[in-house]
Structure formats: C-alpha cells, structure tokens
Design a protein around this ligand. Structure first.
Ligand SMILES: [Zn+2]
Length: 299
C-alpha cells in the first residue's frame, strides 16, 4: 500500500473517531421510521399496516415496546410472560417484514416518565437516526400509554441537544414526531393530519396481531369477559381476529377527509382500511411536500 494512501486512511479514521456520528444515515435513501409503544403489541395495532408498507418499499422500520408486558395476562406473569411476549413480538416483526422489534425491560403497568427512561428513549431515537417518530398521545386510559406519550414528547427536541444523554451522538436534525390514533375526546380529540391506505397490507397487519397469541386470544378477551367466544382452531380464530379487531382500521368521516386530501377524492372512495397520524407540535413541522417525501406511499 502506498504511504500516501495509508496516511489518508489514518486521517479519515481519526476524523471518524473524533466526531462519532450515527452510521445509519439517511444518505442511503431509506426513510427511517421508529414506532414507540408502551406494550409489545401497541405498535402493531396502531401502525402495523403502514409499517409493512414502508418495509415493502425498502425503508427501515423499528418497533419499540417501552415495557416488557409482564403484567398483561390473567394466569401468567413476571419473567415467563415477558419472555413469551418478547418471542411473540419477534414473530410479529418477521410477519410484518420490518427490521427490528425491541422490548425494553421496564415493568408493565409500572412505567413512570423518569429521567432514566427518557435517556433510553433518546438513545433509541438517535441510534436509529430516525426521520419519523411515532408514539401514543399523552391522554389515554392506560398510564403506560400516557407516559410513553409523555416520554417521547420529552425526547422531541432533546434528541438534537449534544449535552443531553452525551453517551450517544445527537441527531443532526429534529425528526418529525407523530401521534398514533386513539378515540379519546378530552382534552382534545385525535386529529388525522396524515392518513395512509393499508388495504394492500391489511392481511399482513392481521397476521402480525395473530402472532400476539397471549394478547388477542387470551388476555384481551378475558378482560372483556369474552374468552369463551375465542375459536380453538388456528384458521377460525384468525377469521375471528379479523372480524373483532380489523374494524379498528376502518375509516371514520375525519379519516376519510384526510384520505381525500392525500389520495384525491376518486381514489379515496375505494379505500377500505387506513391508519392515521397526527403531527406533534414539538418536532420538525413538515410541509405537505415534506410529508409526501417521508410517506412515499402517498404519492
Ligand atoms: Zn398497550
């Protein structure tokens, strides 16, 4: 090797070491999406169809469950349940075709918006070099959902501040932060700024939910007193799941309006299933053009 080349390589390495940056750069053309939910099934339920669309288009998607789900069952719990749910999340990841599904080890139903968890969230968003961050709104029936919303809001902006969580290099730009949909009306109802048609990936989304056996076929039916209704056969229960939970992706008049904006009235008429997102005021405020660039399925 020529001495000049060796010097050049050493110089380049020193620059890289002196200024550590996130290596997963958006320069590869991939849009980098991170969805942060409270439990191992929240991301799937609120954004599984959109996530699968991003993945099909070659973009990078990561799901995060901030708690390990170790309280979400009527007869199981603790470490054994956390392990079961982590495995279910991995199976869902495989079925949706997304890159990563991480389950943090915070206890289910005990999440608080602590500094420690804020650091965890900041590190995750920075290491993913996120362009888009999705999370629940901070008004919700479940404290873990509320605090996850608050924790992600707390991280918005701080992800670019070098003196905050200094063990992880800051982002060079603030991502856009979006809220996942919900039906809560107070203090203000969810506003569907962006609506994505998921007809193409609806079956994939349902397959993802089907992977969370402990939840959709055991825990959630038990909480609503409907455990006896759950069919025993694999194919039968998948049909039941579609009938019971598929409706969550059906379209309200507000979401229909948003679909008309993004797809045009003609195309929007035929859309059967959608997922909607609200722009959080604390991250980057995107123009419509920017939204179309970050959500290429809207083109
Ligand atoms: Zn949840």
């Amino acid at each position: 090797m020529k001495p000049l080349l060796v010097i050049l390589i050493i110089a380049l390495c020193s620059i890289t070491l002196a200024f550590p940056q996130n290596t997963k750069d958006s320069d590869d053309g991939k849009i980098r999406v991170i969805v942060i939910g409270a439990h191992p099934d929240d991301c799937d339920l609120k954004s599984g169809g959109t996530a699968a669309l991003f993945a099909e288009m070659g973009h990078a998607v990561k799901f995060v469950a901030v708690t390990n789900g170790d309280a979400g069952h009527q007869t199981e719990g603790g470490g054994a349940l956390a392990r079961r749910r982590r495995a279910e999340a991995q199976e869902s990841r495989r079925r949706l075709g997304i890159d990563e599904y991480v389950t943090l080890d915070n206890h289910d139903a005990e999440l608080v918006p602590s500094l420690e968890v804020r650091h965890q969230i900041i590190r995750l968003i920075r290491n993913w070099n996120a362009d888009i961050v999705l999370s629940p709104r901070p008004n919700d029936y479940h404290p873990d959902h509320r605090y996850t919303g608050e924790l992600v809001q707390d991280a918005a902006y701080l992800v670019i501040v070098p003196n905050v969580t200094p063990d992880t290099p800051p982002l060079k730009k603030n991502p856009i932060f979006l809220y996942l949909s919900d039906g809560f009306q107070r203090p203000n109802p969810f506003r569907p700024d962006i609506a994505v048609a998921i007809d193409k990936t609806f079956d994939k989304k349902m397959n993802g939910l089907d992977a969370h056996v402990s939840q959709f076929y055991e825990w959630l039916p038990w909480t609503s007193g409907g455990l006896a209704e759950v069919p025993k056969g694999t194919a039968e229960r998948k049909e039941w799941l579609k009938a019971k939970w598929g409706g969550r992706s059906s379209i309200s008049p507000e979401v229909r309006k948003s679909l008309e904006k993004w797809y045009g009235a003609q195309k929007a008429k035929d859309i059967k299933y959608a997922e909607a997102f609200e722009i959080c005021e604390y991250g980057k405020q995107p123009s419509d053009e920017e939204i179309r660039r970050l959500f290429p399925m809207l083109k």
